[in-house]
Design a binder for this molecule. Structure first.
Ligand code: OSB
Ligand code: MG
Length: 374
């Protein structure tokens, strides 16, 4: 498959809710779509880098720049039989996993479409239905937190994840646990605590949580292992894991017992599949996280969730939770907490062209002929 063109497109979309985490607040999203064209076909993916470097160092703008300046010139005009070959040509682009992943994932979609098969087929998935939960941002009050949990549990979501931060942890989580004694409940700190906060973690440990997600520093494994040793509840690693090797090291030293897989964070599907193999070999369950994606990223998330080891509910909840109007058809909606994996070729969803045009803020088309020019 010869890479003839890469299109970068930024959309402005507004979430239906204000999403607060320990690292900031988001509502106005800038969605970066990457389309890879070749041999008469095209594949698409969504770059999960954020508007600001609060979750990871990459941002929408660094990803745009890295793809434009470094990734595209290395692969445009080249012919690749596999995603592995494409990644080989990008081996000297250190880090910037979200930028590289967007291109790699679009290439997988392109290949699956050329073969006329759903992406999950190519990835080696084993299921066509994916159980999902919700991630609830920090709410203004404990009452509002309970209400949000209630709404989503009544809709059938299989798990509720509550965002926590210092000063907003044990009290709201205990209140939700008391209101819903049997709910599958988890918390996500997005790296907001330190090892001196063990007493708080030990209180959370009494609330029968399925896991505590990324309590400590974004670049840490060592302290997570020290913490995990003092808790009965599993730690789930998110920010700390950028590769299959990170997963191997984290599981080996006991830094956690569960991994949140975001394909963008680990550099694409080749890495995500390797990570998944590592996790399975350790007997560690994994699940697919979310980054408040549009339907393009959401579709990709459903496809990776079909791999065998994705046994815990993912964050791929209904499109209508996030957006008044999503940019793909068919809409990806959960029914009773289960998403059906799109069955068409590739990611199995189509862009709603008119809407995409209206939301577009900027667009750049990179071609093999123009490569090297500025
Ligand atoms: O830590 O999983 C996270 C959103 C943005 C950045 C990081 C995270 C999240 C979420 C939201 O938890 C998941 C979603 O609903 O897409
Ligand atoms: Mg997380």
């Amino acid at each position: 498959m010869r890479i003839e063109q890469i299109e970068l497109r930024e959309l402005a979309m507004r979430l239906r809710f204000r999403f607060e985490t320990s690292f900031g607040v988001e509502q106005d999203r800038r969605i970066l779509l990457v389309t890879v064209r070749g041999e008469g076909g095209e594949g698409i993916a969504e770059c999960v880098a954020g508007e600001f470097p609060g979750y990871a160092y990459e941002t929408r703008d660094t990803a745009w720049s890295v793809i434009r300046e470094f990734v595209a010139p290395l692969i445009l005009g080249h012919d690749y039989a596999t995603p592995h070959q494409l990644l080989h040509d990008l081996r000297f682009v250190r880090g910037h996993n979200m930028a590289v992943a967007a291109v790699e994932m679009a290439f997988w979609d392109l290949q699956a479409k050329a073969l006329g098969v759903p992406l999950w087929h190519l990835l080696g998935g084993v299921r066509t239905k994916v159980p999902v939960g919700v991630s609830i941002g920090i709410q203004p009050t404990v009452e509002a937190t309970i209400e949000q949990a209630r709404i989503h549990l009544e809709e059938g979501y299989r798990r509720v994840k509550l965002k926590i931060k210092p000063g907003w942890d044990v009290a709201p989580v205990r209140a939700v646990r008391e209101a819903f004694p049997d709910a599958d409940l988890t918390v996500d700190a997005n790296s907001a605590y330190r090892l001196v906060d063990v007493p708080i973690m030990r209180q959370l440990d009494t609330l029968d949580l399925a896991y505590i997600e990324q309590p400590l520093a974004h670049d840490d494994l060592i302290d997570h292992a020290a913490l995990q040793g003092q808790l009965g509840t599993a730690i789930c690693l998110d920010e700390s894991i950028h590769s299959a090797e990170d997963a191997r090291k984290g599981l080996q030293i006991g830094a956690g017992r569960v991994i949140n897989v975001k394909v963008g964070r680990v550099r694409g599907y080749v890495a995500a599949r390797r990570l998944h193999e590592v996790a399975v070999s350790f007997g560690a369950p994994v699940w697919c996280g979310g980054m408040l994606e549009s339907g393009v990223g959401r579709a990709h998330n459903l496809h990776i969730s079909t791999l065998e080891g994705f046994v815990l509910p993912g964050d791929t909840s209904s499109a209508s939770r996030y957006w008044d109007a999503d940019i793909v058809e068919p809409l990806l909606e959960a029914v009773d907490g289960v998403q059906q994996v799109p069955s068409g070729p590739g990611i199995g969803v189509r862009l709603v062209a008119g809407l995409v045009e209206r939301l577009t803020q900027r667009i750049e088309i990179l071609t093999a002929d123009a490569k090297g020019c500025s």
